[in-house]
Design a protein around this ligand. Structure first.
Ligand code: SG5
Ligand code: ZN
Length: 261
């Protein structure tokens, strides 16, 4: 069935030439968020987001997703609060999406998939000297997850969508200076949080996940623009960049906390 074909595609994709699972992993991502099993934590603070649009550098098709990367040499684009003890610096954001609207997100809520999911990847520059070191440590990374649902046209996302034809092929990069990704984060402050991992190799268990409850709305044309990207380089037989998400992982001995009742 469909489930097995994703595993096959993952196994064949160059990014996944390392193992599909971490032996002995106890906090892997993504997970299904079971709303009624999440525990309200009144001590969770509101998440504060402060991004400097001029730290945005470029868009890069890395052959698995497209990444918008930021200058993270200073504390100009940061998040604080929420479940975090330190401030974390924005490194990049990217998306995961499906071939069709019935799936595409990595996390699910009550077993429901969204057609796409945005990840804003931040690292703990207070404690670690480099991103590469933060990737290896328990409190090294904080990723904000935002679900995309089908609905109204999204003005902020369109700026990005307009740049995608320039990075159609794997290993292409275009300049993309001045973009504020906070326009992609829903206004509702509610989130779930849990301790997890990267969803791509090296799959390290270094991520504090912050999943926004409210999705953003995007229109069909915008999702279709994602699906026009290619996994492949110029000159290779074209393979559409779709279904670039990892299968759900077991919750094991973890609690998902919510900032809301
Ligand atoms: C790490 O995880 C990876 C990203 C990857 C996300 O941030 O970086 C490293 O491991 C470098 C040490 O990979 C790159 O930036 C390419 C070198 O992002 C992707 O591969 C795009 C999907 C994955 O983060 S996630 O867990 O939020 N999905
Ligand atoms: Zn991701």
């Amino acid at each position: 069935g469909a489930c097995c074909s994703y595993r096959l595609r993952d196994a064949l994709h160059p990014l996944w030439q390392s193992p599909l699972t971490i032996p002995g992993g106890t906090r892997q991502s993504p997970i299904n968020i079971q709303w009624r099993d999440s525990v309200y934590d009144p001590f969770l603070k509101p998440l504060k987001i402060s991004y400097d649009p001029t730290t945005c550098l470029h868009i890069w098709n890395n052959g698995y997703s497209f990444l918008v990367e930021f200058d993270d040499s200073t504390d100009r684009s940061i998040i604080v609060g929420g479940p975090l003890e330190n401030q974390y610096r924005l490194k990049q954001f990217h998306f995961h999406w499906g071939a069709i609207n019935e799936w595409g997100s990595e996390h699910t809520v009550d077993s429901k998939f969204y057609p796409a999911e945005l990840h804003l990847v931040h690292w703990n520059a207070v404690v670690y000297p480099t991103f590469e070191e933060a990737v290896m440590e328990g409190n090294g990374l904080a990723v904000i997850g935002v679900f995309l649902k089908l609905g109204a046209h999204h003005e902020g996302l369109q700026t990005l969508v307009d740049a995608l034809p320039a990075v159609k092929h794997k290993d292409t990069v275009v300049e993309f200076d001045v973009f504020d990704p906070s326009c992609l984060i829903p206004s509702c402050p509610d989130y779930w949080t849990y301790a997890g991992s990267l969803t791509t190799p090296p799959l390290t268990e270094s991520v504090t996940w912050i999943i926004k409850k409210q999705p953003i709305e995007v229109d069909e044309n915008q999702l279709e623009a994602f699906r026009m990207l290619l996994f492949t380089s110029d000159g290779e037989e074209e393979k559409r960049m779709v279904d670039n998400f990892r299968p759900l992982q077991p919750l094991m001995n973890r609690t998902v906390r919510s900032s809301f009742q």
